[in-house]
Design a protein around this ligand. Sequence first.
Ligand code: CUA
Length: 330
Amino acid sequence: MTRLPAGLCLAGLLAGCGGTQSMTGGGGLQGEQFNRLFTLFMGITGFFYVLVIVGMLAGIAIRGRAAGTERGERLARTALLGWIAAVVLGLTVLTVGSYASERRVSAAIPARPPLEVQITANQWWWDITYKNAVPANELRTANELHLPVGVPVKVTLKSNDVIHSFWIPSLAGKQDLIPGRVNDLLLLPTRTGQFRGQCAEFCGTQHAHMALDVTVEPVASFRRWQQAQLAPAAPPSTPLAQAGHDLVMSQQCASCHAIAGTPASARFGPDLTHLASRRSIAAGTLPMTRGHLYAWIADPQGVKPGNNMPYIGFDSAKLHAVVAYLQGLK
Ligand code: CUA
């Protein structure tokens, strides 16, 4: 068997460290600090790795010649003292580096940030509520998180069923969502862009399809997004969409989903008020397109087996009407 050189393996691993879901992406304060610490730890541990190898080889080379002589004793003593000094210095730098990172994060993010988002995990999607969006108005969405750049945010994490883990690698580290418990995560996005979050705790068959689209944007466009999301659903604009609206209201759809401004107000499934404004459907499983919406409603268990969306049994004409209505929910 041919063995791959270690460098090639490392290059292969690091090739995964890119794109919208990356620990080296550096889109948030913790992500940036993590990056710096990772580089520092890799540098220092790499240095010690080389030092140990070189020390062993040098030891072997001079052992036979210097063993038992005064010069050998002196050499061994110097090597030991040098080794202790290097270890103490290395550990000190790592400790100070970790402490400084921790301080930088806690100094930049207040304990009560101006924005609070509550995220509830479900098998297998994210229910998102902006608590202090506009007083007296609750902003509820699903599977897509928008954050203003440079504004600290407190994410409150809950679970409705099993243990999940909230992780947007570019922004910050992981935090578990545990049934019966409320966890917090403080974030500070530092760069605009689109990122991807992913459930990081195995939570059932569709764990891999429990993603989160994240948009970090300037404060003004975040406010515009917020205002648009707070508006009730757009009324159907064509006869086909009207037929779809009527089907959604009269069939099972309305017994699980909410669409603000319509009689549908159930909270069991994702809120659909502005469904068509999102980048993907079924928690990042498929990009938001007409065809994918059609496929999802036609056969939800075929697309994402085990999820709670039932087969409704719409024929093709009804599917077209429902999709036309949903596509109007911008
Ligand atoms: Cu939720 Cu894995």
